[in-house]
Write a protein that binds this ligand. Structure first.
Ligand code: HEC
Length: 157
């Protein structure tokens, strides 16, 4: 093997060296644009918080929907309506815009999401009031997701 590999490597290097010639037109002081287009860290599509794995949504579970509705009515309606913007965004269809894990992390860890997740950050910049942490358990947050996802706005019925 070696007898084949080394000459081939040599050939490759020679070719590379040959191609490298004359490539001096590239400006050297291109550090600034490079920095702009290189994000420091790739955002996690699941958001930041206790939910670190994708949440699979199966068939709608009516028990979970009822539980979610109760939690939503008590803990979220001060700021959210399903069909229209209130203190926070309208939540009908939010699961078409975002994945369930992201929504749960937004519910369970809004303080950090609003500071570090790019989407939540942009929402905060738009809505200007912070999403409150309602101290839901992970199960309650999952139930709220179930409630929101089965909700169909009246105009779509
Ligand atoms: C004190 C007001 C307030 C309460 C209470 C609140 N939210 Fe929010 N929520 C907001 C605001 C404002 C935003 C937009 C982001 C921001 O400004 O922090 C938001 C954003 C969200 C988002 C992201 C929406 C999108 O378009 O991506 C979800 C999901 C959400 N809230 C769900 C909930 C749920 C579920 C509850 C109840 C457990 C809740 N919120 C309670 C104010 C609130």
């Amino acid at each position: 093997m070696k007898s084949v590999t080394i000459p081939m490597l040599f050939l490759l290097l020679t070719l590379l060296a040959a191609c490298g010639g004359g490539g001096d037109e590239t400006p050297q002081n291109n550090a600034e644009p490079m920095e702009i287009y290189t994000p420091k860290a790739k955002a996690n599509p699941l958001g930041i918080g206790p939910v670190t794995e994708e949440v699979t949504l199966g068939e709608v579970d009516p028990t979970l929907v009822a539980e979610g509705e109760a939690v939503f009515t008590q803990m979220c309606t001060a700021c959210h309506k399903l069909d229209k913007r209130h203190v926070g965004p309208a939540l009908a269809g939010v699961l078409e815009r975002r994945n369930a894990a992201w929504v749960m992390n937004m519910i369970l860890n809004p303080e950090v999401m609003v500071k570090e997740d790019p989407i939540a950050k942009a929402l905060f910049a738009e809505y200007l009031s912070p999403m409150a942490n309602q101290n839901l358990t992970e199960d309650q947050a999952r139930a709220v997701v179930e409630y929101i996802r089965q909700y169909i706005p009246e105009e779509k019925l």
